[in-house]
Design a binder for this molecule. Structure first.
Ligand SMILES: [Zn+2]
Length: 261
């Protein structure tokens, strides 16, 4: 079976569900007394294609798994009906900020953008945690914002990199569509005992072995594809008719204008 398909993701969710691990959202991790327990923090960054995150959210829901989805405030990603759909499945929604990039390194401007975008996202659901977006084409590290400001003062419990004990938790990320650390620049594990894995099957085996008690997984649904293209479209249009209507309306307005003008 090909890797990075939703069928493979379902296998991963089944392995997690069959294990003794408790899956935590980032908010639950920050609120829990997690020192001794056996858990997996499951986090998703929604960088480009929110409809794929909705698929992952549905799959997790089948296995009664709740995770965290970090939403970028861009036209592609900020689709309220889809975001609300993910939240209604019981998942945590967080803010995937990139405000130093947007403000071109101007901290004062960046914090204003942060407050504005956070408020926009808060209109849809409660936001308690944030996570920086790592843009490989800019020179800023978005989480540097917190060298000058304090996210707690803005009502945030924590930041998905800064507030997690990455020295002691084993960390796996599918950044760049690979679990192997070889191609990663910024997104690296910091625990010296972190094992190297190369495939989702490796991750499934590692979870089944239950060798490590505290695991942090970052999965980008954007990079996982559907074996059944039609199923994806059907699901989105069936469950989120409003989105379909909106898109259709936009299409209609633009194309009829073009025809007329
Ligand atoms: Zn990102």
């Amino acid at each position: 079976m090909r890797d990075f398909t939703f069928a493979k993701y379902r296998e991963l969710c089944r392995a997690i569900s069959d294990s003794d691990y408790k899956v935590l959202t980032v908010e639950e991790y920050l609120n829990s007394n997690s020192n001794k327990s056996k858990f997996i923090i499951l986090r998703h960054d929604v960088d480009l294609k929110p409809e794929r995150s909705l698929i992952a959210a549905e799959i997790e829901n089948e296995f009664e798994i709740r995770s965290t989805y970090y939403i970028r405030m861009t036209d592609e990603v900020f689709q309220p009906e889809i975001i609300k759909g993910i939240a209604e499945l019981g998942h945590e929604i967080g803010y995937h900020y990139e405000v130093l990039d947007k403000a071109k390194g101007d901290f004062a401007k960046a914090i204003e953008i942060f407050k504005r975008e956070l408020n926009e996202l808060r209109k849809l659901c409660e936001i308690k945690t944030i996570c920086m977006h790592g843009n490989s084409r800019t020179k800023w590290d978005n989480k540097d914002l917190w060298k000058l400001y304090d996210f707690r003062e803005l009502g945030m419990l924590g930041e998905a990199y800064l507030s997690v004990d990455l020295e002691n938790i084993v960390y796996f990320s599918d950044t760049a569509r690979t679990w192997s650390p070889r191609y990663k620049v910024k997104d690296l594990a910091r625990n010296p005992e972190n094992p190297i894995i190369n495939s989702t099957d490796d991750l499934i085996e590692l979870i089944k072995s239950e060798e490590f008690h505290q695991i942090y997984i970052l999965m980008h649904p954007d990079d996982w594809c559907d074996d059944f293209g039609k199923w994806l479209t059907n699901l989105v249009t069936r469950k989120f008719k409003n989105v379909a209507k909106y898109t259709l309306g936009w299409y209609w307005r633009n194309f009829s204008n073009n025809k007329n003008g």
